[in-house]
Design a protein around this ligand. Sequence first.
Ligand code: HEC
Length: 365
Amino acid sequence: MDRAEFSWTGPIVVGVSLALVATAAAAQQSATRGREIYETICISCHGPDGKGGVNLELEKVQAPPDFTDCAFANREPDRGFLAVAHDGGPARGFSPLMPPWGGAFSEADLQLAVTHIRSFCTDQNWARGELNLPLALVTGKAFPEDEAVMRVTSQSGNVTTKFVYERRFGALNQWEVAVPISSVDQAAGRSTGVGDIALGYKRVLSHSLDRGNIFSASAEVKLPSGRESKGLGDGFAVFEPFVTFGQILPRDGFIQTQVGFGFPLKDGHDAEAFWRAAVGKSFTQGRFGRYWSPMVEILGARTLGSGSGVDWDVVPGMQVTLNARQHVRLAGGVRLPVTDADVRRKSVLVYLLWDWYEGGFFQGW
Ligand code: HEC
Protein backbone atom coordinates (compact mmCIF):
# COMPACT_ATOMS: atom_id res chain seq x y z
CA MET A 1 0.00 0.00 0.00
CA ASP A 2 1.18 3.47 -0.81
CA ARG A 3 2.00 5.05 2.52
CA ALA A 4 0.45 8.39 1.62
CA GLU A 5 -2.92 6.73 1.11
CA PHE A 6 -2.97 4.95 4.40
CA SER A 7 -5.36 6.50 6.88
CA TRP A 8 -6.53 5.39 10.30
CA THR A 9 -9.95 6.92 9.92
CA GLY A 10 -11.17 4.26 7.49
CA PRO A 11 -10.69 1.28 9.82
CA ILE A 12 -11.99 3.28 12.81
CA VAL A 13 -15.17 4.31 10.98
CA VAL A 14 -15.73 0.71 9.87
CA GLY A 15 -15.04 -0.56 13.40
CA VAL A 16 -17.41 1.92 15.08
CA SER A 17 -20.12 1.25 12.48
CA LEU A 18 -19.82 -2.51 13.04
CA ALA A 19 -20.03 -2.00 16.82
CA LEU A 20 -23.16 0.18 16.40
CA VAL A 21 -24.75 -2.37 14.08
CA ALA A 22 -23.92 -5.12 16.58
CA THR A 23 -25.44 -3.09 19.48
CA ALA A 24 -28.55 -2.31 17.47
CA ALA A 25 -28.84 -5.97 16.46
CA ALA A 26 -28.47 -7.08 20.10
CA ALA A 27 -31.15 -4.58 21.20
CA GLN A 28 -33.41 -5.83 18.42
CA GLN A 29 -32.78 -9.41 19.49
CA SER A 30 -33.63 -8.58 23.13
CA ALA A 31 -36.82 -6.82 22.04
CA THR A 32 -37.81 -9.83 19.95
CA ARG A 33 -37.06 -12.21 22.80
CA GLY A 34 -39.04 -10.00 25.23
CA ARG A 35 -42.03 -10.02 22.91
CA GLU A 36 -41.74 -13.81 22.48
CA ILE A 37 -41.78 -14.42 26.21
CA TYR A 38 -44.66 -12.01 26.71
CA GLU A 39 -46.63 -13.62 23.90
CA THR A 40 -45.92 -17.12 25.22
CA ILE A 41 -46.99 -16.63 28.85
CA CYS A 42 -48.23 -13.18 29.74
CA ILE A 43 -50.57 -12.58 26.80
CA SER A 44 -53.20 -15.07 27.99
CA CYS A 45 -54.16 -12.69 30.82
CA HIS A 46 -52.61 -9.33 29.87
CA GLY A 47 -53.70 -9.39 26.22
CA PRO A 48 -51.73 -8.60 23.05
CA ASP A 49 -51.92 -4.85 23.71
CA GLY A 50 -51.30 -4.98 27.49
CA LYS A 51 -54.85 -3.93 28.32
CA GLY A 52 -56.21 -7.29 29.48
CA GLY A 53 -59.71 -8.10 28.26
CA VAL A 54 -58.75 -11.60 27.08
CA ASN A 55 -59.35 -13.82 30.13
CA LEU A 56 -62.89 -12.99 31.17
CA GLU A 57 -63.14 -15.69 33.86
CA LEU A 58 -60.05 -14.22 35.53
CA GLU A 59 -61.38 -10.68 35.22
CA LYS A 60 -64.54 -11.59 37.15
CA VAL A 61 -62.22 -12.05 40.14
CA GLN A 62 -59.24 -9.76 39.45
CA ALA A 63 -58.67 -7.63 36.36
CA PRO A 64 -55.03 -7.20 35.35
CA PRO A 65 -53.83 -3.59 35.08
CA ASP A 66 -53.84 -1.58 31.86
CA PHE A 67 -50.19 -1.24 30.83
CA THR A 68 -51.07 1.37 28.18
CA ASP A 69 -52.11 3.71 31.02
CA CYS A 70 -48.87 5.68 31.47
CA ALA A 71 -50.18 7.38 34.61
CA PHE A 72 -50.08 3.94 36.21
CA ALA A 73 -47.33 2.09 34.34
CA ASN A 74 -44.58 4.72 34.29
CA ARG A 75 -44.66 5.40 38.01
CA GLU A 76 -43.78 1.74 38.71
CA PRO A 77 -40.05 1.01 38.66
CA ASP A 78 -38.82 -2.07 36.79
CA ARG A 79 -37.83 -3.78 40.02
CA GLY A 80 -41.49 -3.72 41.18
CA PHE A 81 -42.73 -5.21 37.91
CA LEU A 82 -39.92 -7.76 37.91
CA ALA A 83 -40.66 -8.76 41.52
CA VAL A 84 -44.28 -9.50 40.53
CA ALA A 85 -43.31 -11.32 37.31
CA HIS A 86 -40.70 -13.43 39.15
CA ASP A 87 -42.41 -14.14 42.49
CA GLY A 88 -46.09 -13.57 41.63
CA GLY A 89 -48.64 -10.96 42.75
CA PRO A 90 -48.15 -11.52 46.52
CA ALA A 91 -44.51 -10.34 46.21
CA ARG A 92 -46.02 -6.82 46.13
CA GLY A 93 -49.22 -7.54 48.01
CA PHE A 94 -51.25 -8.22 44.82
CA SER A 95 -53.52 -11.14 43.97
CA PRO A 96 -52.03 -14.67 43.66
CA LEU A 97 -53.97 -14.82 40.36
CA MET A 98 -50.85 -13.14 39.00
CA PRO A 99 -48.67 -16.30 39.03
CA PRO A 100 -44.90 -16.51 39.77
CA TRP A 101 -42.75 -17.23 36.70
CA GLY A 102 -39.32 -17.34 38.34
CA GLY A 103 -39.36 -21.16 38.40
CA ALA A 104 -39.78 -21.47 34.63
CA PHE A 105 -37.89 -18.43 33.32
CA SER A 106 -34.65 -16.74 34.24
CA GLU A 107 -34.73 -13.30 35.79
CA ALA A 108 -33.04 -11.92 32.65
CA ASP A 109 -35.84 -13.32 30.46
CA LEU A 110 -38.54 -11.93 32.73
CA GLN A 111 -36.80 -8.56 32.62
CA LEU A 112 -37.10 -8.71 28.81
CA ALA A 113 -40.84 -9.42 29.16
CA VAL A 114 -41.12 -6.43 31.51
CA THR A 115 -39.25 -4.32 28.94
CA HIS A 116 -41.86 -5.42 26.39
CA ILE A 117 -44.59 -4.30 28.81
CA ARG A 118 -42.92 -0.87 28.79
CA SER A 119 -43.61 -0.54 25.06
CA PHE A 120 -47.38 -0.35 25.75
CA CYS A 121 -47.13 3.13 27.29
CA THR A 122 -46.24 5.58 24.54
CA ASP A 123 -46.35 8.92 26.38
CA GLN A 124 -42.89 9.41 27.86
CA ASN A 125 -43.95 12.66 29.52
CA TRP A 126 -44.69 10.56 32.61
CA ALA A 127 -41.52 10.29 34.68
CA ARG A 128 -40.40 6.75 35.44
CA GLY A 129 -40.75 5.36 38.95
CA GLU A 130 -36.99 4.75 39.19
CA LEU A 131 -36.65 8.54 39.55
CA ASN A 132 -38.94 8.50 42.59
CA LEU A 133 -36.07 8.47 45.10
CA PRO A 134 -36.60 7.81 48.81
CA LEU A 135 -38.05 10.89 50.50
CA ALA A 136 -35.53 12.56 52.81
CA LEU A 137 -36.54 13.98 56.20
CA VAL A 138 -36.07 17.66 55.31
CA THR A 139 -34.83 17.93 51.70
CA GLY A 140 -37.71 18.00 49.21
CA LYS A 141 -37.99 15.60 46.30
CA ALA A 142 -38.34 16.36 42.60
CA PHE A 143 -40.78 13.56 41.68
CA PRO A 144 -44.50 14.51 41.62
CA GLU A 145 -46.45 12.46 44.16
CA ASP A 146 -49.85 11.08 45.09
CA GLU A 147 -49.04 10.78 48.76
CA ALA A 148 -50.13 11.47 52.29
CA VAL A 149 -47.33 12.04 54.77
CA MET A 150 -47.56 12.51 58.52
CA ARG A 151 -44.42 14.24 59.80
CA VAL A 152 -43.60 14.53 63.46
CA THR A 153 -40.92 16.93 64.70
CA SER A 154 -39.98 16.95 68.34
CA GLN A 155 -37.66 19.60 69.79
CA SER A 156 -37.13 20.04 73.53
CA GLY A 157 -40.70 19.24 74.53
CA ASN A 158 -42.36 20.99 71.57
CA VAL A 159 -44.04 18.61 69.15
CA THR A 160 -45.40 19.43 65.71
CA THR A 161 -47.36 16.90 63.68
CA LYS A 162 -47.73 17.97 60.08
CA PHE A 163 -50.29 16.34 57.79
CA VAL A 164 -49.25 16.68 54.17
CA TYR A 165 -51.46 15.73 51.23
CA GLU A 166 -49.99 15.67 47.71
CA ARG A 167 -51.81 15.09 44.45
CA ARG A 168 -50.57 14.90 40.87
CA PHE A 169 -52.40 16.41 37.95
CA GLY A 170 -51.33 15.80 34.40
CA ALA A 171 -47.99 14.12 33.86
CA LEU A 172 -45.82 16.87 35.29
CA ASN A 173 -47.71 18.74 38.01
CA GLN A 174 -48.54 18.32 41.64
CA TRP A 175 -50.25 20.42 44.30
CA GLU A 176 -50.06 19.96 48.02
CA VAL A 177 -51.42 21.20 51.29
CA ALA A 178 -49.69 20.89 54.66
CA VAL A 179 -51.50 21.37 57.97
CA PRO A 180 -49.35 21.41 61.13
CA ILE A 181 -50.74 20.79 64.59
CA SER A 182 -48.34 22.00 67.27
CA SER A 183 -48.03 21.61 70.97
CA VAL A 184 -45.57 24.15 72.37
CA ASP A 185 -44.33 24.96 75.82
CA GLN A 186 -44.57 28.66 76.63
CA ALA A 187 -44.03 30.83 79.69
CA ALA A 188 -47.84 31.09 80.05
CA GLY A 189 -48.25 27.32 79.81
CA ARG A 190 -48.61 24.79 77.02
CA SER A 191 -50.60 25.72 73.93
CA THR A 192 -51.85 23.36 71.29
CA GLY A 193 -53.43 24.17 67.95
CA VAL A 194 -53.17 24.58 64.20
CA GLY A 195 -49.94 26.16 62.97
CA ASP A 196 -49.14 27.88 59.67
CA ILE A 197 -50.90 26.05 56.84
CA ALA A 198 -48.96 25.81 53.56
CA LEU A 199 -50.13 25.42 49.96
CA GLY A 200 -47.71 24.32 47.28
CA TYR A 201 -47.37 23.69 43.57
CA LYS A 202 -44.63 21.67 41.87
CA ARG A 203 -43.81 21.20 38.21
CA VAL A 204 -41.33 18.78 36.70
CA LEU A 205 -39.09 20.69 34.28
CA SER A 206 -37.10 17.74 33.00
CA HIS A 207 -36.68 14.04 33.63
CA SER A 208 -34.77 11.25 31.96
CA LEU A 209 -34.32 7.64 32.93
CA ASP A 210 -31.24 7.44 30.68
CA ARG A 211 -29.54 10.27 32.52
CA GLY A 212 -31.06 9.06 35.79
CA ASN A 213 -32.21 12.48 36.89
CA ILE A 214 -35.24 14.66 37.46
CA PHE A 215 -35.53 18.41 38.02
CA SER A 216 -38.53 20.36 39.37
CA ALA A 217 -39.51 23.88 40.34
CA SER A 218 -41.92 24.58 43.19
CA ALA A 219 -43.68 27.48 44.83
CA GLU A 220 -45.16 27.38 48.30
CA VAL A 221 -47.14 29.88 50.35
CA LYS A 222 -47.21 29.56 54.12
CA LEU A 223 -50.25 31.29 55.56
CA PRO A 224 -50.34 32.94 58.99
CA SER A 225 -53.03 30.59 60.28
CA GLY A 226 -51.23 29.74 63.51
CA ARG A 227 -51.77 32.06 66.49
CA GLU A 228 -48.52 33.97 66.88
CA SER A 229 -49.32 34.99 70.47
CA LYS A 230 -49.50 31.31 71.42
CA GLY A 231 -46.25 30.44 69.66
CA LEU A 232 -48.06 28.42 66.99
CA GLY A 233 -47.18 30.54 63.95
CA ASP A 234 -44.96 33.26 62.48
CA GLY A 235 -47.75 35.84 62.25
CA PHE A 236 -47.05 36.62 58.59
CA ALA A 237 -47.24 34.85 55.24
CA VAL A 238 -44.09 33.52 53.58
CA PHE A 239 -43.57 32.86 49.87
CA GLU A 240 -41.10 30.07 49.14
CA PRO A 241 -39.86 29.38 45.61
CA PHE A 242 -37.38 26.52 45.26
CA VAL A 243 -35.95 23.97 42.85
CA THR A 244 -35.23 20.31 43.52
CA PHE A 245 -33.01 17.88 41.69
CA GLY A 246 -32.68 14.11 42.06
CA GLN A 247 -29.93 11.96 40.58
CA ILE A 248 -29.67 8.17 40.64
CA LEU A 249 -26.14 7.02 41.48
CA PRO A 250 -24.65 3.61 40.73
CA ARG A 251 -25.62 0.67 42.94
CA ASP A 252 -28.92 2.08 44.23
CA GLY A 253 -27.28 5.26 45.50
CA PHE A 254 -28.92 8.65 45.13
CA ILE A 255 -28.41 12.34 45.72
CA GLN A 256 -31.18 14.91 46.05
CA THR A 257 -30.68 18.64 46.33
CA GLN A 258 -32.97 21.59 46.98
CA VAL A 259 -32.23 25.30 46.78
CA GLY A 260 -34.67 28.11 47.49
CA PHE A 261 -35.72 31.26 49.28
CA GLY A 262 -38.26 32.26 51.88
CA PHE A 263 -39.69 35.75 51.30
CA PRO A 264 -41.79 37.09 54.20
CA LEU A 265 -44.80 38.96 52.82
CA LYS A 266 -44.54 41.62 55.53
CA ASP A 267 -42.19 44.55 56.00
CA GLY A 268 -39.52 44.37 58.63
CA HIS A 269 -38.71 40.69 58.18
CA ASP A 270 -35.67 39.39 56.36
CA ALA A 271 -35.75 36.93 53.53
CA GLU A 272 -33.94 33.62 53.89
CA ALA A 273 -31.98 31.47 51.45
CA PHE A 274 -31.65 27.74 52.00
CA TRP A 275 -29.85 24.86 50.35
CA ARG A 276 -30.12 21.18 51.21
CA ALA A 277 -28.67 17.90 50.03
CA ALA A 278 -29.51 14.28 50.85
CA VAL A 279 -27.12 11.49 49.91
CA GLY A 280 -27.99 7.86 50.49
CA LYS A 281 -28.16 4.34 49.22
CA SER A 282 -30.88 1.70 49.25
CA PHE A 283 -30.41 -1.91 50.27
CA THR A 284 -32.89 -4.63 49.33
CA GLN A 285 -33.58 -7.32 51.89
CA GLY A 286 -33.52 -10.62 49.96
CA ARG A 287 -33.97 -10.47 46.19
CA PHE A 288 -37.16 -8.38 46.02
CA GLY A 289 -37.94 -7.62 49.66
CA ARG A 290 -37.97 -4.71 52.05
CA TYR A 291 -36.09 -1.59 51.03
CA TRP A 292 -33.78 0.11 53.56
CA SER A 293 -32.46 3.55 52.65
CA PRO A 294 -29.94 5.09 55.04
CA MET A 295 -29.10 8.68 54.11
CA VAL A 296 -27.47 11.79 55.45
CA GLU A 297 -28.66 15.33 54.82
CA ILE A 298 -26.70 18.53 54.98
CA LEU A 299 -28.78 21.66 55.48
CA GLY A 300 -27.66 25.27 55.11
CA ALA A 301 -29.72 28.41 55.67
CA ARG A 302 -28.89 32.06 55.86
CA THR A 303 -30.91 35.19 56.61
CA LEU A 304 -30.33 37.67 53.80
CA GLY A 305 -29.38 41.26 54.39
CA SER A 306 -28.59 40.95 58.08
CA GLY A 307 -24.95 40.01 57.72
CA SER A 308 -25.59 36.95 59.85
CA GLY A 309 -23.74 33.71 59.23
CA VAL A 310 -24.91 30.43 57.77
CA ASP A 311 -26.75 27.92 59.95
CA TRP A 312 -25.56 24.42 59.15
CA ASP A 313 -27.31 21.24 60.25
CA VAL A 314 -26.66 17.60 59.53
CA VAL A 315 -29.39 14.96 59.58
CA PRO A 316 -28.50 11.28 59.63
CA GLY A 317 -31.64 9.24 58.90
CA MET A 318 -33.13 6.08 57.47
CA GLN A 319 -36.22 5.19 55.48
CA VAL A 320 -37.73 1.70 55.35
CA THR A 321 -40.64 0.21 53.42
CA LEU A 322 -43.15 -1.31 55.83
CA ASN A 323 -45.37 -3.50 53.67
CA ALA A 324 -45.08 -5.82 50.67
CA ARG A 325 -46.48 -3.25 48.24
CA GLN A 326 -43.88 -0.79 49.52
CA HIS A 327 -46.36 2.08 49.44
CA VAL A 328 -46.28 2.59 53.21
CA ARG A 329 -42.90 3.77 54.48
CA LEU A 330 -41.45 4.97 57.74
CA ALA A 331 -38.44 7.21 58.24
CA GLY A 332 -36.64 8.66 61.21
CA GLY A 333 -33.57 10.73 61.99
CA VAL A 334 -32.03 13.44 64.13
CA ARG A 335 -31.40 17.01 63.04
CA LEU A 336 -28.11 18.09 64.62
CA PRO A 337 -27.03 21.75 64.54
CA VAL A 338 -23.40 22.09 63.47
CA THR A 339 -23.06 25.86 63.89
CA ASP A 340 -24.12 27.62 67.13
CA ALA A 341 -24.69 24.17 68.55
CA ASP A 342 -24.79 25.64 72.06
CA VAL A 343 -27.93 27.69 71.36
CA ARG A 344 -29.67 25.87 68.53
CA ARG A 345 -31.42 22.70 69.63
CA LYS A 346 -31.39 19.30 68.03
CA SER A 347 -34.69 17.76 66.95
CA VAL A 348 -36.01 14.29 66.30
CA LEU A 349 -37.78 13.81 62.96
CA VAL A 350 -40.11 10.96 62.00
CA TYR A 351 -42.52 10.51 59.12
CA LEU A 352 -45.03 7.92 58.00
CA LEU A 353 -45.69 8.00 54.28
CA TRP A 354 -48.61 6.46 52.39
CA ASP A 355 -48.58 6.49 48.59
CA TRP A 356 -52.38 6.40 48.31
CA TYR A 357 -52.38 5.86 44.53
CA GLU A 358 -50.98 2.35 45.09
CA GLY A 359 -53.88 1.26 47.29
CA GLY A 360 -55.49 1.73 50.70
CA PHE A 361 -53.28 2.08 53.76
CA PHE A 362 -54.16 -1.43 54.91
CA GLN A 363 -53.84 -3.05 51.48
CA GLY A 364 -50.79 -4.94 50.29
CA TRP A 365 -49.26 -5.95 53.64
C1 HEC B 1 -52.99 -16.25 34.78
C2 HEC B 1 -53.07 -14.86 34.41
C3 HEC B 1 -51.80 -14.05 34.34
C4 HEC B 1 -50.66 -14.33 33.61
C5 HEC B 1 -50.39 -15.53 32.72
C6 HEC B 1 -49.77 -13.23 33.86
N1 HEC B 1 -50.34 -12.31 34.67
FE1 HEC B 1 -49.51 -10.57 35.34
N2 HEC B 1 -51.20 -10.15 36.38
C7 HEC B 1 -52.34 -10.94 36.42
C8 HEC B 1 -53.32 -10.31 37.27
C9 HEC B 1 -54.71 -10.85 37.59
C10 HEC B 1 -52.75 -9.12 37.75
C11 HEC B 1 -53.37 -8.09 38.70
C12 HEC B 1 -53.06 -8.46 40.14
C13 HEC B 1 -53.68 -7.52 41.14
O1 HEC B 1 -53.93 -6.34 40.80
O2 HEC B 1 -53.92 -7.94 42.30
C14 HEC B 1 -51.42 -9.04 37.15
C15 HEC B 1 -50.52 -8.00 37.39
C16 HEC B 1 -49.28 -7.92 36.80
C17 HEC B 1 -48.39 -6.81 36.99
C18 HEC B 1 -48.70 -5.54 37.75
C19 HEC B 1 -48.01 -5.29 39.04
C20 HEC B 1 -48.35 -3.90 39.54
O3 HEC B 1 -47.42 -3.22 39.96
O4 HEC B 1 -49.52 -3.48 39.51
C21 HEC B 1 -47.27 -7.09 36.27
C22 HEC B 1 -46.01 -6.23 36.12
C23 HEC B 1 -47.46 -8.36 35.63
N3 HEC B 1 -48.69 -8.84 35.97
C24 HEC B 1 -46.54 -8.95 34.79
C25 HEC B 1 -46.74 -10.16 34.15
C26 HEC B 1 -45.78 -10.77 33.29
C27 HEC B 1 -44.43 -10.16 32.92
C28 HEC B 1 -46.32 -11.95 32.88
C29 HEC B 1 -45.68 -12.97 31.97
C30 HEC B 1 -44.34 -13.35 32.34
C31 HEC B 1 -47.63 -12.06 33.48
N4 HEC B 1 -47.86 -10.97 34.25
C32 HEC B 1 -48.49 -13.12 33.31
C33 HEC B 1 -52.51 -12.13 35.77
C34 HEC B 1 -51.60 -12.78 34.98
